[in-house]
Design a protein around this ligand. Structure first.
Ligand code: C2E
Ligand code: CA
Ligand code: CA
Ligand code: CA
Length: 275
């Protein structure tokens, strides 16, 4: 008997129990996976408008699950946050990304996503400083990406953490810009180095009137506030042309490169296979 669990008896729906079971199993696997080293960082190029030269790489985490294969972060970051394991995962991500980037040319930066829970619940500053010292990566080559979810429960100490990072030389980017509730007010709370214009604006650029105007407005805002603007999710040359015309500083998307394991990158130093 399927499909009748929705109205009133949802709690007893066996399919929901199965779902909860699966979630629990994934959580058990996640703990084990962390210990067994099943996580891997993929890297996606961020290019300068015009030249298309890679100026940075964004680290994007993947889980090589023993049975389910490659799992995307959307399926486990929230779980990592709920279970408190995001601190352990996040520390591994920062250590690994900085160590990898230290083998790249000096003018290629590494961008690392920081989850809101990781930001609030762990000693991010210490973790970042350790990753920098252990890898020898200059702070100027590290960029952290936070979403405005970090700022929803804006507290003085969070602003202070961001300022301390900036004083160290680490750049701070506001990710998924334009999708939240009151994005503009956050821009006065902290001097971000970079605004990453959400993929939805790039996607609708040719389809929806007004998207081009919004992108232009964000670019102008960025100029005024001395922030670099980056367009995410660039898949076609038509999009690239429009974004360049709008004055976007940097671009990222499948057109320039999909996220790939470190070993597949065109840049990078000798692999450590023989270490
Ligand atoms: P995000 O930070 O906005 O990352 C961009 C996402 O867009 C990535 O998905 C990337 O693979 C995808 N993408 C890039 N270019 C294109 C394109 O041209 N077209 C389309 N359709 N998609 C594109 P991914 O890797 O699945 O990551 C999803 C989200 O998971 C990320 O969104 C980020 O919020 C989170 N995430 C990923 N890696 C990490 C991490 O290491 N730590 C934390 N805390 N979160 C992460
Ligand atoms: Ca990001
Ligand atoms: Ca984004
Ligand atoms: Ca996103």
């Amino acid at each position: 008997i399927k499909g009748n669990g929705r109205n009133g008896f949802a709690f007893f729906d066996p399919s929901m129990a199965a779902e909860a079971d699966q979630r629990h199993q994934l959580e058990v696997d996640f703990r084990a996976g962390l210990a067994r080293g099943e996580f891997e960082l993929y890297y996606q190029p961020i290019v300068a408008s015009g030249s298309r030269r890679s100026v940075g790489m964004e680290a994007l985490v993947r889980w090589n699950h023993p049975d389910q294969g490659l799992i995307a972060p959307d399926r486990f970051i929230a779980m990592a946050e709920d279970t408190g394991l995001v601190g352990t995962l996040g520390e591994w991500i920062l250590q690994t990304a900085c160590a990898e980037a230290a083998t790249w040319p000096d003018d290629v930066k590494i961008a690392v996503n920081i989850s809101p829970v990781q930001f609030r619940k762990t000693n991010l500053l210490d973790v970042i400083m350790c990753a920098l010292v252990d890898s020898g990566l200059p702070p100027e080559r590290l960029e952290i990406e936070i979403t405005e979810r970090v700022l929803l429960e804006w507290e003085v100490e969070h602003v202070s953490t961001l300022h301390q990072l900036k004083n160290l030389g680490v750049a701070v980017a506001l990710d998924d810009f334009g999708t939240g509730y009151s994005s503009l007010s956050y821009l006065t709370a902290f001097p971000f180095d970079k605004l990453k214009i959400d993929r939805c604006f790039t996607r609708d650029l040719l389809a929806r009137d007004g998207c081009g105007a919004i992108v232009c407005a964000i670019v102008n805002l960025g100029r005024t506030l001395d922030m670099v603007t980056v367009a995410e999710g660039v898949e076609t040359e038509a999009q690239q042309r429009m974004l360049e015309a709008a004055g976007v500083g940097q671009m990222q998307g499948y057109l320039f490169g999909r996220p790939a394991p470190a070993a597949d990158l065109a840049i990078g130093g000798p692999t450590t296979a023989d270490a």
